[in-house]
Design a protein around this ligand. Structure first.
Ligand code: GLV
Length: 309
């Protein structure tokens, strides 16, 4: 038995240390060090090198360090028929909600524009929008979407959601499926994408969808770059149909330095930082699932192979 960590950023040692501090008995390895591959039964992954999972003959579970598992499904050389788990964590949800809230307020009150004005020593008073006059449409009403909606409602925003199925325990209009998508879009002054990236949602943020939004709508993509058709966004911004976009995720990360988004006045870029798994908060659930695996209990937060999330 043992755990291997596969990720290509500089966080392997931080995670390994936290996992070992929480349970020093479990053999935990970085994929970069010498390790007994046939003893590994759980792989903890975040954007692992494609194909690297096939070298563990006794692997029983692939556990994602984050909420989105699209990169695991994209690895067609992974061992198939293994359970894949994802992170569901209140901090991940509240961090996302705080980030989106910041983007929304910044848009309504023109904070980005005032910074540009300041650098040019320009004094222009811009008319602002009020929370009560704005409708935020959230695409994707999973754990993150629900947390965001709850926070926005507390602040008096008009909030609507678009989801596969109706949601209970939340007092707001939820539009479901393809049939109700256009009705949802027609009301969304600010569109927030929090969908999982699957074959059904790839490229969903495209010209056709943007044209269904009210003129002057603002788009926030904090899900995955693959949801967005970049050129369609630029076209809609340049035509003036959309007033701006806040993008935290991109097809290629880091975003290529020659990408037109960098210099576009209506695009606000952040480096995939909206919500990052908190090591202290997430470590216990990774270890809990590891122990469940050992004792044959059902794993928590298993994603559906069929749905891809
Ligand atoms: C971040 O992008 C995540 O999926 O957790």
């Amino acid at each position: 038995m043992g755990i291997v960590i596969l990720r290509q950023d500089d966080k392997i040692d931080l995670w390994k240390k936290a996992l070992l501090a929480a349970d020093p008995e479990i053999p935990i390895y970085s994929f970069l060090e010498e390790h007994p591959r046939d003893e590994i039964d759980m792989a903890l992954v975040w954007k692992h090198p494609k194909g690297s999972l096939q070298h563990y003959p006794n692997l029983k579970c692939i556990a994602c360090f984050g909420a989105g598992v699209d990169f695991i499904f994209e690895d067609t050389e992974r061992p198939l028929n293994l359970p894949i788990t994802r992170v569901v964590d209140p901090k991940l949800a509240s961090d996302m909600s705080e980030f989106v809230l910041g983007q929304i307020l910044s848009h309504l009150k023109h904070f980005n524009q005032y910074k540009v004005d300041q650098l040019k020593k320009v004094w222009v008073m811009r008319s602002y929008q009020r929370i009560e006059d704005v409708c935020v449409g959230i695409m994707g009403m999973g754990a993150l979407g629900m947390a965001l909606a709850t926070d926005l409602l507390k602040l008096n925003f008009n909030v609507i959601g678009w989801a596969n199925s109706p949601k209970e325990n939340i007092n707001m209009p939820i539009y479901t499926g393809e049939e109700q998508r256009n009705k949802f879009l027609a009301k969304a002054d600010i569109l927030v994408c929090l969908l999982p990236l699957t074959k059904n949602t790839t490229g969903i943020l495209n010209e056709e969808l943007f044209r269904k939004l009210p003129k002057g709508a603002y788009v926030i993509n904090v899900a995955r770059g693959g949801h967005l058709v970049d050129n369609d966004l630029i076209k809609m911004l340049d035509e003036g149909h959309l007033s701006g976009a806040s993008l935290d995720v991109f097809h290629t990360e880091p975003l290529n330095t020659d990408h037109p988004f960098w210099n576009h006045a209506k695009v606000h870029i952040t480096p995939h930082i909206a919500s990052v798994s908190d090591i202290a908060s997430v470590t216990p659930q990774l270890l809990d699932n590891y122990k469940r695996l050992q004792s044959g209990q059902p794993l928590k937060n298993v994603v559906s192979d069929l749905k891809g999330y």
